[in-house]
Design a protein around this ligand. Structure first.
Ligand SMILES: Nc1ncnc2c1ncn2[C@@H]1O[C@H](COP(=O)(O)OP(=O)(O)O)[C@@H](O)[C@H]1O
Ligand SMILES: [Mg+2]
Ligand SMILES: [Zn+2]
Length: 253
């Protein structure tokens, strides 16, 4: 942190002290540069994946009525925040912009409302909790969980993507219940729907259990997003290389 501030330009208003004069005889007050560095720090700590860093609401161009509705809900959520009492649950197939919208929302809450937010891919979260049990690593499960439970707004991306073992269900139920009891907002995305498109496919309830599914009904507004995979249909607009942008399966950050 120290190294970073040495290379940064020193604020001329406060000479880097973080305090500026409030006027003659009025003492000092926090300099505005402190607020912007607080926001920068919160953005850096929100764990937004690199490939989604530039996602915002303006760049989300709906290609289906359901996408237009989803964008509207995100916009409304941001405008009403913090007077909002339920989160959002984006349901839909791959590539319709669920993660894009979730990141856009998170960034706006941080920059416009100044509240702490956190992004977690569901699989990464489980992996980190699991590895915290490793006796060699010094981090405890609580150290991982604390920020997840504390964040004013949490994005849990790709809920249900992991094999639904009892441990997975218990862990996610614990997190969701804690946040629910604390009246914290959770934004969730999932590729699993309530009614599977083909009867042999699994539903969200199959993946996370009926109890957790019903809890999510209470704490999130369901937003189903339909459409084609943007990574395929939007390739001409998106590709800088003139080649097809494909999802290479493994999530790279
Ligand atoms: N309607 C849209 N307008 C602009 N970009 C989009 C749109 N939908 C998706 N994208 C982009 O396509 C890619 C895939 O979207 P993503 O949010 O990862 O989909 P999902 O999470 O639903 O699988 C991302 O790079 C995202 O920014
Ligand atoms: Mg996604
Ligand atoms: Zn300053």
């Amino acid at each position: 942190m120290k190294e970073q501030s040495q290379t940064q330009k020193i604020c001329p208003k406060c000479n880097g002290s973080g305090w500026e004069s409030a006027g003659p005889g009025k003492g000092v007050r926090r300099c505005s540069c402190m607020e912007s560095s607080r926001i920068e720090r919160m953005l850096a700590e929100a764990r937004i994946p690199k490939r989604y860093e530039n996602c915002d609401l303006e760049s989300y161009q709906p290609t289906d009525p359901s996408q237009k509705t989803a964008k509207l809900f995100v916009d409304r959520f941001i405008n009403k925040y913090p007077e909002v009492d339920i989160g959002l649950l984006f349901l839909g197939p791959c590539g319709v912009g669920k993660t894009h919208l979730a990141v856009a929302l998170l960034k706006r809450i941080i920059t416009e409302k100044g509240d702490s937010c956190l992004f977690y891919d569901f699989r990464d979260l489980l992996r980190e909790i699991q590895s915290s049990w490793n006796s060699v690593s010094k981090t405890s499960e609580l150290e991982i969980l604390r920020p997840v439970l504390d964040a004013k707004v949490l994005v849990l991306d790709e809920l249900g993507a992991n094999k639904p073992t009892d441990w997975v269900r218990d862990t996610v139920t614990h997190i969701i219940n804690c946040r629910y009891n604390d009246k914290k907002l959770t934004i969730i995305t999932s590729n699993f729907l309530d009614t599977a498109p083909n009867h042999h496919e699994e539903t969200l309830t199959d993946r996370i259990g009926a109890r957790l599914r019903s809890r999510l009904h209470e704490m999130c507004k369901d937003i189903e997003i339909k459409g084609e995979d943007f990574r395929v249909v939007g390739k001409s607009a998106k590709s800088r290389f003139g080649t097809e942008i494909r999802d290479f399966g493994a999530k790279r950050k």
